[in-house]
Design a protein around this ligand. Sequence first.
Ligand code: ZN
Length: 502
Amino acid sequence: MPRGWIVPRECSRGPSPVAESVEMWRMHASAILWAAGLGLLGAPAGLGAPAKAPRQKVLLVSFDGFRWDYDRRADTPNLDRMAQDGVKALYVTPPYLTITSPTHFTLLTGRYIENHGVVHNMWFNTSTLEKTPYYQTQFVNEWWDNGSLPIWITAQKQGLKAGSLHFPGTASSYQGQVAMVQEVEPPLYNYNNETAWRENTDKVMGWFRDQDLDFVSLYFGEPDGTGHRFGPDSPQIRAVVEQVDRTVGYLRHSADRHGLTGRLNIIITSDHGMSTVYRNGLVEDITLSRIPGFSFSDLAFHLVDYGPSGMLLPKPGLLEKVYGALKGAHPHLHVFKKEELPERLHFANNDRILPIVLWADAGYVINGYFPVQFNKGEHGFDNQEMDMKPFFRAVGPAFRRNLEVGPFETVNIYPLMCHILGIEPEVNDGHLDATKHMLVASATSQGVDYLPNVFIGFAAVAGFLVLVFIAMTSCKIIQKQRGNKGSSEHLPEKEKTLQTSL
Ligand SMILES: [Zn+2]
């Protein structure tokens, strides 16, 4: 007895009841098949893709000179909340020399200073004896563009969009490219205006939202200025730390208002800390001209009167004489031929580093001809000094919550950012191993959990097909039951084949 579809009794009436019913069923089944096929084809796009997380964004914020423990001396509800919502490091270790442009360029490149070549805040030329201060040096392109690529350029070369606001190094081009959106502060800029901080924050959030940037670096010039002027233990520091805290709250609120919270990772850190300078007879000043046997006339070039650090270029043949005069001359002055510097400082292997490197212990500064430095706070000390350690906070979809981690070097922030952005880092001195424990398991870059979602999509389609099969089978059973009450004509063989092909 042939098996096949039993035509319902009521459909058997009329001139060709069997053919008519078969056609109706074929259309119905075809529609189901078509819908199922469409669902299957659309599974990766329709079911997998919505679950595919869009590429995560990164905002790197630096508050210049924010020492690791500044939050202990003021009310910082927003920094505290950020730590609860994300990751806080006990502190981070900057590279040596602990001054602004070199350490910021380490954040952007993941390289120690001897490797990225921005060895000082000041550009200098030992032949012409020219020196330019921090701000003017921002515009000396060859000082910055000397082999290492900042993350903006690396990101852009890999198809991402990057921007920078006031971050050291922003004004320069690198291998002919600049950050696609950039803003450099004007000369004599007021670095501590809180209203301007909020405007800059909103501007950067607008870049992320409206221009779909993937990475932005954002710089604030405090609490460095206040730390220099009043010292790290001053009441003024407490006030500016609270201003930083309000700005952190504003920043997160602004990210939320711009609809970025689910995609934006915010890393907040700094370039160095700050240490109190002793003077007023409390300590014996370090003034090079007063050191017996030392003479500035033996030098071809020098960089002193710049906090606790100095570099000297002796005239030809006089290196040993200069070195011999200075070494051991003051108990708190450290004198090194650059190749003798402790390797841990990574501050020797670059032609821009002068042959003799000086640094003072915490509390001291190095004066040249006579004391001319009057700051109550300084940085530029050994990066092992706790006063030189910056803070670190991170929050966003890539980061775990309420996690406090141990210290790590700031060279490791670059590979962390590259990982979140899903870009291949340039050669660098950091390693993801130092920071990956901060990340949630799925915090890769683009296409977070893409494959599992595709499988979910296919599983959903398979489930749908099962439902269709059940529905068809139910119809068949119903029809069979009805058919048993009436007509028992069989469908032609080809119709059977068509129907059972489901
Ligand atoms: Zn700084």
